[in-house]
Write a protein that binds this ligand. Structure first.
Ligand SMILES: Cc1ncc(COP(=O)(O)O)c(C=O)c1O
Length: 400
């Protein structure tokens, strides 16, 4: 007998919450593959490499030695110290373990930061295109997410003028992600200094700085820490994790770095929400941060090659424009020329591409950027080549 339930009335919060578009698209592509269709899946937001062996070995050892119990809520002392050491170096500031809370993934650091900082009605500025979870985490905390659209001409980076025009006394937080998912664009020093000058007149605004792609940057781009920019440094709460840098998406380890009272508040929230990040994963993350780093260099070399390949091949598709990514592993394509010519939305185009060309990409709309498609190049050369072939066949070849 199948189970039957009375109707449960969902909260408005849950009823209004859309599913993650990236996960939904990946599921659609997976369903077509299960039917035997040779879909090239370029939706994924995770490295296609295995977690490095030294990290896996450390996890096995840790379990054998008893890492099977609750840990302190904010993380094991060893991991908090390792994160503090690493980030002190990277940002040029003196961090102590009390400035660090280890979370079950960077995503939970975002969630609990919003829970810790926002009151109902507080406004949060989010430059668009943005990572799909930012507005949702803000809204789940009762905040009001306000997107600031940017365009390809400005490399999708927020300008001081736009920031100024959007700041009101209700704005409590600005979320910045550098390099960005989905655009790969990163902020240079000048751009950050200009944003900081604007913020100087708004002492109530804090910055949630998402560092998750900090280590995945390409040769021409120099990562700039906001901690080295005056008027920005003291306002930042940092969010990061091991998922992207060490191919550890499934281990679910992230962290936030910030002033001790905020970290303590986030720790209290975590204490009631998840207790702690998994003990075995924390041991693995400790090895990731303190062990050999050659696997990171190797992955970055691979991504560098694939980035060149996808830019060369996708540059030959009719109606597709993009900015070379500074970091991360996405090519964010402006397809407005195709939509102008053929009609329809980016979501409909993504659907057509999936069914006609058997290439799965994520439409721009859930990133707050209609008229775009995001292609992940965390996939093999063969997949990138095959996707380009199919898309050229469907959409035509660029004339330049
Ligand atoms: C911009 C950005 N921030 C944070 C995260 C969180 O990653 P995780 O929860 O795996 O640490 C992601 C993952 O896709 C991301 O793209």
């Amino acid at each position: 007998m199948t189970a039957s339930w009375k109707t449960f009335q969902l909260s408005e919060r849950a009823a209004n919450l859309p599913a993650s578009a990236t996960l939904a698209l990946a599921a659609k592509a997976g369903a077509l593959r299960a039917e035997g269709k040779p879909v090239v899946n370029m939706t994924v937001g995770e490295p296609d490499f295995a977690t490095p062996q030294n990290i896996v070995d450390a996890a096995f050892r840790a379990v054998a030695e008893g890492a099977t119990r609750y840990t302190p809520t904010a993380g094991t002392p060893a991991l908090r110290q390792a994160v503090a050491d690493l980030c002190s170096k990277c940002h040029g500031i003196n961090l102590e373990p009390e400035n660090v809370v280890v979370t079950p993934g960077g995503k939970f650091a975002l969630f609990s930061a919003c829970q810790a900082l926002l009151n109902p009605g507080d406004e949060v500025l989010i430059p668009a295109p943005y990572w799909v979870s930012y507005p949702r985490a803000v809204e789940l905390a009762g905040g009001v997410a306000r997107a600031i659209p940017t365009s390809i001409g400005q490399h999708y980076l927020l300008t001081a003028k736009e920031l100024e025009a959007n700041l009101t006394h209700k704005v409590k937080l600005l979320i910045l992600n550098s390099p960005s998912n989905p655009t790969g664009a990163g902020y240079g020093r000048k751009g950050l200094e200009k944003l900081a000058e604007v913020l100087a007149a708004h002492p109530q605004v804090r910055v949630l700085w998402d560092d998750i792609y900090r280590r995945l940057v390409y040769d021409h781009f120099e990562y700039v820490s906001p901690a080295t920019v005056s008027d920005l440094a003291e306002r930042c709460l940092f969010l990061d994790g091991v998922s992207k840098t060490y191919a550890m998406t499934g281990w679910r380890i992230g962290w936030a770095i910030g002033p001790k009272e905020v970290i303590a508040a986030m720790t209290r929230i975590q204490g009631h929400a998840t207790s702690n990040a998994a003990a075995v994963s924390q041991a693995a993350a400790l090895e990731a941060l303190t062990g050999p780093q050659d696997s990171v260099d190797h992955m970055l070399l691979e991504f560098t090659r694939r980035r060149s390949l996808i830019m060369k091949l996708f540059g030959g598709i009719r109606g597709v424009r993009f900015v070379p990514p500074d970091g991360a592993f996405y090519l964010f394509c402006d397809v407005s020329a195709i939509l102008d010519e053929q009609g329809g939305t980016d979501e409909e185009l993504a659907d057509r591409i999936l069914h006609e060309a058997l290439v799965a990409a994520v439409p721009g709309t859930p990133f707050g950027a209609p008229g775009h498609l995001r292609f992940s190049f965390a996939t093999s050369d063969e997949n990138i080549e095959e996707a380009a072939r199919r898309l050229k066949k469907m959409l035509g070849t660029a004339s330049h």
